[in-house]
Design a protein around this ligand. Structure first.
Ligand code: ATP
Ligand code: MG
Length: 348
C-alpha cells in the first residue's frame, strides 16, 4: 500500500516531534509493505513573518491531493495569539470540512495516570467531538460595546446537518468497535441546541438498535471520567464540551506528551496531530516528548487501513514506557531523537 502524506511541521517543537513521527513511518517502510511519499509544507510562523501569508489557496488545492496530513503544531510568541491557529489549523479544518475530531483516551501503562488503582483496561475510551459548529462558529456580537450596559452575545450554532452527521459517525464507530455509545450534552440548560442533539441521538439510534446507548450530562461526565472511567466507551459531544473533556482525558491517559487527535473528513482529507501545542518554552532544546507525534502517525496509519502496522508502533511505544526509555517530562533521560531512535529499534 502506497500513500501520499502531507507534512505540516509548523512551529516550536512541532518540527522536532514530527521528525520522529516520520522517522518511525520510514522505519515501517522497511518492515512492512507500506510505503509513503512525504511532502513538506512550510506553513507556520517563519513563513508568515517572511511572506505575510498564512496558507495560500494553491497550497490548499495541493493539500487536497494527499491521502492524509500529519501536523506538528502551530503557534509562536512573535505572532499574535490565534492568528496562526485560525489562519492555518482552523482554515484546514473548515476548508476540508473535517467535521469529526476523534480523540482516543487510552492509558498505555498504569504508572502514568494520576488516578489511583486504574489500569489500561479501565481508561480506554474515544471522544467523538463535533468539529465545525457549536460555540466555535464564532457567531454573535456586541451591543452597546464599551459602556456599562454592554452585552456580548456568543451564539452556539447547531445545524441538523452538522449534528446528525457526527452522531451517525459515532454510531457507526460504536458498531465497528463493538462498544457502547454515550451522548454528552447539557440538555437540561441548553434547551434549544441540545434539544436538537437529543432528538438526533434518538432518531439516528433507530438505525443502530444493536448499539447500547446512554446519556450523561457534561458535568456528571467529568466526574465519571475520574471516578468510573471504565463505564465509558465511545462518547459523542459538541465542539466546546469535547475540547474540555479531552484535555481532562489527556491527563488521565498520561499527559499531553501522549495525547493525539484526528480531524476527520470520512470522504476527504483527514489530518492527524499531537494534542499539545508548539511549546515555545522548550523549543530548540531537543527535549520535547515525541510520543504524541509517534502515536499520531500510528493513528493515521490505522485510519488509512493498516491496523497491524499501527499496532506495531503502539507496541513499540509501550516498550519505551515499560523500560522507562522516555524524555524528561516523563522522568526519563532521553532526548527527542533518542526516543525516536529507540522506537525504531523496537520496530526492527
Ligand atoms: P497551545 O496554545 O496550542 O496549547 P502551548 O504553546 O500553550 O500551545 P502546550 O502544548 O499547550 O503549549 O503545552 C503547555 C506546556 O506543556 C508547554 O509549554 C511545555 O512546557 C509542555 N509540553 C507540551 N508538549 C510537550 C511535549 N511534547 N514534550 C514536553 N513538554 C511538553
Ligand atoms: Mg496550551
Amino acid at each position: 500500500m502506497k500513500f501520499d502524506i502531507a507534512l505540516i511541521p509548523g512551529d516550536g517543537i512541532g518540527p522536532e516531534v514530527l521528525d520522529e513521527g516520520v522517522k518511525v513511518l520510514e522505519k515501517l517502510q522497511h518492515t512492512s509493505d507500506l510505503s509513503f511519499n512525504f511532502q513538506e509544507f512550510p506553513q507556520g510562523a517563519d513563513h508568515y513573518l517572511d511572506t505575510g501569508e498564512l496558507i495560500a489557496d494553491e497550497s490548499m488545492d495541493e493539500l487536497g491531493e494527499f491521502d492524509a496530513a500529519l501536523m506538528g503544531a502551530v503557534g509562536d510568541p512573535r505572532v499574535k495569539p490565534g492568528v496562526l491557529e485560525r489562519g492555518i489549523l482552523l482554515k484546514i479544518r473548515f476548508s476540508f470540512d473535517q467535521y469529526i475530531n476523534l480523540r482516543p483516551i487510552r492509558l498505555r501503562d498504569s504508572k502514568y495516570t494520576p488516578l489511583k488503582n486504574k489500569s489500561p483496561e479501565d481508561i480506554d475510551m474515544v471522544v467523538v467531538r463535533e468539529n465545525t459548529e457549536g460555540l466555535y462558529a464564532n457567531s454573535g456580537g456586541f451591543l452597546r460595546k464599551g459602556t456599562c450596559e454592554e452585552v456580548a452575545i456568543q451564539e452556539m450554532v447547531n445545524t441538523y446537518h452538522g449534528v446528525s452527521r457526527v452522531i451517525r459517525y459515532a454510531y457507526e464507530y460504536a458498531v465497528e468497535s463493538g462498544r457502547n455509545l454515550t451522548l454528552c450534552d447539557k440538555c437540561n440548560v441548553l434547551g434549544y441546541a441540545h434539544d436538537l442533539w437529543q432528538r438526533c441521538f434518538q432518531d439516528i439510534g433507530e438505525d443502530f438498535l444493536e448499539v447500547k446507548k446512554d446519556h450523561v450530562l457534561v458535568d456528571a461526565l467529568t466526574m465519571k471520567m475520574v471516578r468510573n472511567p471504565e463505564e465509558l466507551d465511545v462518547v459523542v459531544t459538541s465542539n466546546m464540551f469535547g475540547d474540555i473533556i479531552t484535555d481532562l482525558g489527556a491527563e488521565l491517559q498520561g499527559g499531553m506528551g501522549m495525547a493525539v487527535s484526528a480531524n476527520i473528513n470520512p470522504e476527504g482529507l483527514s489530518m492527524f496531530e499531537p494534542v499539545h501545542g508548539s511549546a515555545p518554552d522548550i523549543a530548540g532544546k531537543g527535549i520535547a516528548n515525541p510520543l504524541a507525534a509517534v502515536l499520531a502517525a500510528a493513528f493515521m496509519v490505522e485510519e488509512l487501513g493498516a491496523e497491524k502496522e499501527a499496532a506495531k508502533i503502539r507496541a513499540a511505544v509501550d516498550r519505551a514506557l515499560e523500560e522507562q526509555q522516555l524524555t524528561a517530562d516523563m522522568e526519563g533521560e532521553l532526548t527527542t531523537s533518542e526516543l525516536g531512535d529507540f522506537i525504531c529499534s523496537i520496530l526492527e
